[in-house]
Design a protein around this ligand. Sequence first.
Ligand code: ADP
Length: 506
Amino acid sequence: MDSFKDLNDKVDAQEMREAELTANILDQEKLISAYKLAEERGAVLAAIVNSSDDAIISKDLDSIVTSWNLSAERIFGYTAEEMIGESILKLIPVDRVEEEPQILLRLGRRERIDHFQTKRITKYGVLIDVSLTISPVLNDSGNIIGVSKIARDITSVKISEERSAILSAIIASTDDAIISKDLNSIITSWNPSAAHIFGYTAEEMIGESILMLIPEDRKEEEALILGKLLSGDRVDHFETKRVTKSGKLIDVSLTISPVLDKAGHIIGLSKIARDITYKKQEEQRKNDFIAIISHELKTPLTSMKSYVQLALIKARDQADSFSEKVLVRAEAQTQKMITMIHDFLNLSRLEEGKMSLSRSKFSLSEFMEDVISESLILAPAHILNFSNCGELELFADKDKLAQVMTNLLSNAVKYSALGSEINIFCVINQDTVELGVADQGVGISQEDQQYLFERFYRVKNEQLPHVSGFGIGLYLVAEILKLHGSKIHLKSEIGKGSVFSFTLAI
Ligand code: ADP
């Protein structure tokens, strides 16, 4: 029989076994839940790794890739099957292979490697810019057993960084003022040339209104420019005046473009202002020079014309046909020169904004008589037809209208064959009179007709290389008529001829 002690010992041993068993079961449950937790964490981590936009790669100490996520495939082109088990050196350009051992050395020193910018090469041989963040993979005893790498493709960031560096360099080095402002005309950027041209520093101007630069009498320009840009128009080489810090008025040429957000809405304006004060002064000097020369030439030429006309009368009286022929030509050439001189004088007046009308009352028939006698001088070798339009009193600038008619007529002579007809007409309507010149000359194409009245525009006509001119006659015609509240009309057909006409209010 067991003693009481033996019995007690048996019970204790039994209890211990039961306790051990319970502890074992508890340990196993702990282990299972720890596994579960680890599994869940692992699944979460795998999901993060695969949904990341960055390439997440791990490798062992021999640089052999051990894991490769979806973005690594997207960025480098290789699939996980192609890369796992392969050396990471496949991605490293030849001139950067020394980076790999250096990275391992740094990791060994427990250094962090964050946002290390370098270049890698894709499956397709394309060099891309990447930013690498590299961490060591440690075992339980804290030894490095591998490396995990996060690589971000920063090629587009690099490209836009390079582009904006180029743009900044251009903006900083250009001679033009480059200014940007918001829709309330508040300046948001100001380059060194803006400081040089306008005298204000960037600190003084950023946050201020652009109106500070606009002279009092031009303040409304700002709203007009904005309105133009909002309606989709460009503002190119708009010549105006601006005022500097020292109060000096300068001539500027402005090119203004909208600044758009990604959705295409205008969020501001950028302005390039070129200081054209010197150019304007040069133009002024040139205009003054032309005006002086033309004025000086006008008087002797007018006397020359009178002497030629006197000699012509004498030649006709003496029936000296040779002298008459020569003098008729001399008279036509002198008249041509006088017309040219008048054009130059009017052009320089117009450029300076000094062309004004000196209106007076005169009779239409007297005016037409003057036109006819000029025409006879200018077109001795054409058949001239004049329409008799009747009597009427006009109130206009007689000399300038005569210049209009002379210019139209001299063009008709220049651009039509000798011996062809030129009609100088005049038609009285109810409350207007229409005047004009029609020829049977070379005609003008539809395309050229659009530009004909622009300053210095000449048609490129290979058939007429010998016809000289400056391209200012029709420009002046249009401007003189504009001052009279009228407009030049043109009907023309290539090879058939042209009709230039205008109407004046009676
Ligand atoms: P210019 O005759 O000095 O060149 P204009 O301003 O008077 O300058 O004329 C501009 C251009 O228009 C001319 O170069 C010419 O080609 C064209 N033109 C003008 N008048 C006529 C015309 N009657 N017939 C054909 N072409 C003409």
